[in-house]
Write a protein that binds this ligand. Structure first.
Ligand code: NAD
Length: 568
């Protein structure tokens, strides 16, 4: 009987296993577009972009935009309203916004969870079309609104806004779409595709993703919320209170480009209300966070405490702080160190996670570097960012002002520290702090080891004969490993430093400053307490937000339960 069965099965084995021929898995039609960075406009006197930016600044400065919460297709205005002010003129309100309560956040979760499945059915190519349209709107029609909102609300100068809310934001939308298309080209092995075809498709993650963004980069807000959405997720976006206006423009532009309601829900809220509500929902599928270590640690522990309640293991991405270094070798070119360090430490008031805040300088080069730093420091103007002559504006808010000036006061009191440039501050009109240069005798002083996130550069001058010992201080002095730069013309030393400092930074620079990473060119992120190092702006990032599904299609039916070696 068994033998008979086998005979008949073998006779049938050439027949197809399904009623249709070929794969039923939809093929994504990729689109040709270049992997190219958005050009940075110069804003020179008389330029078209400068005239347009000034017009947008005038208009926005005279208004106070009313910004609702948006959950699904509903705009809500709650009783908890607050204002965003200009940091360089803190009496001037530029946006009124409303905070979501825990109840509204729960409603937003319900909407997002429901929307996710519908949104995930929208073919990838259509989603990419929307993202490219949004990027074009950001690059053209709304470029100066994004820049003006970033300048006024976050106190960035014109060029700092341009590299953030124009170039980097646009690059995230275009390049993450490009990287997604590239990822889709991967095909698992199919040894005989006529018999068995293997494929892989990316789904969104079941549930919702919470995007929690910082104040200091408009582009980061756009990336944290919209990259998971690109991958088929539905998102609750909690922008920073001090970046509401620019973030709202991103949201509006994306809706105009065609992102359907409910895919990204715009929900400003008090931090703990947001954190507690999302981490206690069983539907949480991921947190995309950028900000400080204490906030990320809190979210991570809350996820740990709730781990038995989730339907999925939430994916956690967090990009946090840094204590970034410039390390100078005696063979280095002093002038480029001076210019690079001034820019890295003081542009945007040192409120970049990558800003240089500690520098190791050999005694032999110190007189030249000191002279250069002080001469350049004298030329740095601080003030309202609408005056294009100013190099920096104000720090973001009162809390930051107090934290940063606390370090200046510490420097004034400590016998190990000497302020050689700046040190003044005044918050009567705006939160202004002079770029400050401190020399320390102690490379373990807190000014040299803690993240300050303000315009303070500390310098440790080492004896040339102590080069090796000083290099050994770099990595263990802080819990961070975000960015770092080495300067030197001695190639064998540079090779040695590249090796010895391998774990001191996620973004490492050789003879260049520690700031200024560009999407697609230097994917960004650090390890240790600087974060999960998922490298936004690189090819791996989009994949973190997908839930891949492997599919095996068999066209030849299985008719046997046993194996050949078992037979006579
Ligand atoms: P922050 O931690 O104060 O705030 C970040 C976000 O978290 C804000 O939206 C805030 O409202 C929210 N938040 C606060 N408490 C919360 C809670 N309990 N639950 C949920 N959300 C909560 O950081 P910040 O001052 O906005 O940003 C500065 C920090 O960000 C610095 O440490 C800087 O180094 C870091 N940063 C890192 C990167 C990077 O790529 N590594 C980039 C930019 C900024």
């Amino acid at each position: 009987m068994l033998n008979f069965c086998r005979q008949s099965v073998l006779a049938n084995s050439q027949k197809v296993g399904a009623r249709w021929l070929g794969s039923i898995v939809p093929v994504v039609k990729t689109k040709e577009f270049p992997l190219k960075n958005e050009p940075i406009l110069t804003y020179k006197k008389g330029s078209k972009e400068r005239a347009e930016l000034e017009k947008a600044l005038d208009k926005m400065s005279s208004e106070c935009e009313d910004i609702p919460l948006v959950i699904g297709d509903k705009e809500l205005r709650t009783e908890n309203c607050a204002y965003q002010v200009m940091p360089h003129n803190h009496q001037r309100k530029i946006a009124k916004y409303y905070q979501a309560s825990r109840n509204e956040l729960k409603k937003a979760i319900d909407v997002a969870v429901k929307t996710q499945r519908e949104w995930d059915r929208v073919p990838v190519e259509k989603r990419i079309d929307i993202w490219l349209r949004a990027a074009d709107l950001m690059a053209g029609k709304y470029r100066q609104q994004l820049n003006a909102a970033t300048m006024l609300g976050q106190s960035k100068t014109a060029i700092q806004a341009e590299i953030d809310s124009a170039a980097e934001l646009i690059d995230f939308f275009r390049m993450h779409s490009w990287f997604l298309q590239e990822a889709l080209k991967y095909k698992p092995i199919s040894e005989n595709p006529k018999e068995t075809l293997n494929s892989m498709r990316y789904r969104g993650m079941d549930g919702f993703v919470a995007a929690v963004s910082p104040f200091n980069f408009t582009a980061i807000g756009g990336n944290l919320s919209y990259t998971p959405a690109l991958m088929g997720n539905a998102v609750l976006w909690k922008p920073s209170d001090t970046a509401i206006l620019s973030n709202w423009w991103i949201f509006k532009i994306c809706r105009e480009a065609g992102v359907p309601p409910g895919v990204v829900n715009f929900v400003p809220a008090l931090g703990p209300d947001f954190g507690d509500t999302i981490t206690s929902s069983p539907h949480l599928s991921g947190i995309n966070f950028t900000g400080s270590v204490p906030t990320f640690n809190r979210l991570w522990s809350q996820v740990g405490q709730n781990v038995n309640n989730y339907r999925n293991y939430p994916k956690l991405i967090g990009e946090c702080g840094g204590k970034n270094f410039h390390f100078v070798h005696p063979s280095a070119d002093a002038e480029s160190i001076v210019m690079g360090t001034i820019r890295s430490s003081f542009e945007y008031n040192g409120q970049k996670c990558s800003a240089c805040s500690r520098m190791y300088v050999p005694e032999s080069l110190w007189p030249k570097i000191k002279e250069g730093l002080l001469a350049t420091h004298d030329k740095l103007k601080v003030g309202d960012v609408r005056d294009f002559k100013n190099f920096i504006g104000a720090v973001i808010d009162k809390r930051a002002f107090e934290r940063i000036t606390g370090y200046i006061e510490h420097a004034k009191k400590s016998p190990d520290l000497e302020i050689i440039g700046g040190g003044g501050y005044d918050d009567s009109c705006g939160y202004f702090i002079e770029p400050t240069i401190v020399v320390t005798k102690n490379p373990k002083d807190k000014i040299f080891t803690e993240e300050i996130f303000g315009p303070i550069l500390s310098i440790y001058v080492y004896k040339d004969s102590k080069l090796s010992e000083t290099m050994k201080l770099v990595e263990p002095s802080t819990p961070y490993a975000l960015t770092g730069a080495i300067f030197g013309q001695d190639e064998s030393w540079a090779r040695q430093a590249l090796d010895e400092l391998k774990y001191a930074a996620g973004n490492f620079y050789i003879n260049d400053k520690s700031t200024g990473s560009v999407v697609g060119q230097q994917p960004f992120g650090g390890s240790k307490m600087s974060g999960t190092n998922d490298k936004a702006g690189g090819p791996h990032y989009v994949l973190r937000w997908g839930s891949p599904q492997s599919i095996k299609e068999t066209f030849v039916p299985l008719r046997e339960f046993d194996y050949e070696y078992m037979r006579d």
